[in-house]
Design a protein around this ligand. Structure first.
Ligand SMILES: [Zn+2]
Length: 195
């Protein structure tokens, strides 16, 4: 972690709660990405009980249903959800269509900006090096993720992108949220595909 920050430095109770107010930009995003529509519909989410990780895990489950590796991502600014996405490389014939990349694109489109300062990204799995690089370019403020990914991760594993001097912006990083749930989702997905 950046500056040797230990994982789980901030307890999950500090995750900001999301409201149900979806801005016009996010509504446009929902229309453009049908897969995300059901988790973005205003008033369908009880605000007091819904955390960004609830949305991210719901998106990850949708990915699995669509035959994509179950990873979901959410970008939040303040109490506003800007993007809810899941992995879609197969559907889009695009190896870069990871949940985080799609979330960054959607949030930038919603805000009409190429950077996301003050925005926080929640993802169910440790980002890969590609996504970690994109998170840095996007100037994401905080990154929260679920399970660590020893095989494909690029934050606390592998390339450790944010630890390099060539990385010009590193978010504050907090990992290990609901990691059992994230890992179980992935295990079930790959087990089903093997059988
Ligand atoms: Zn990735």
């Amino acid at each position: 972690m950046r500056n040797g920050r230990p994982r789980l430095n901030v307890p999950p109770i500090n995750i900001p709660r999301t409201g149900v107010d979806v801005p016009a930009g996010a509504a446009r995003f929902a229309a453009a990405v049908p897969a995300a529509r059901n988790v973005l519909v205003p008033h369908s989410i009880p605000p007091a009980k819904t955390s960004p990780f609830d949305l991210a895990f719901a998106a990850a489950r949708r990915a699995a249903e669509a035959g994509e590796v179950p990873v979901g991502a959410v970008i939040v600014r303040g109490d506003v959800v800007l993007a809810v996405t899941h992995n879609r490389p197969r559907a889009l014939n695009d190896p870069t269509a990871h949940a985080e990349i799609l979330a960054i694109r959607a949030a930038c489109a919603a805000l009409g900006d190429d950077r996301l300062p003050g925005c926080d990204l929640y993802v169910t799995l440790e980002p890969c090096p590609m996504c970690a690089g994109a998170i840095g370019f996007a100037r994401i403020r905080r990154l929260y993720y679920g399970a660590a990914d020893p095989k494909g991760g690029g934050v606390e594993n592998g390339a450790r992108v944010f630890n390099h001097p060539t990385c010009h912006h590193a978010p504050d990083v907090y990992g290990g949220f609901r990691e059992d749930e994230a890992a179980a989702l992935l295990r079930a997905f790959f087990r089903e595909r093997r059988d």
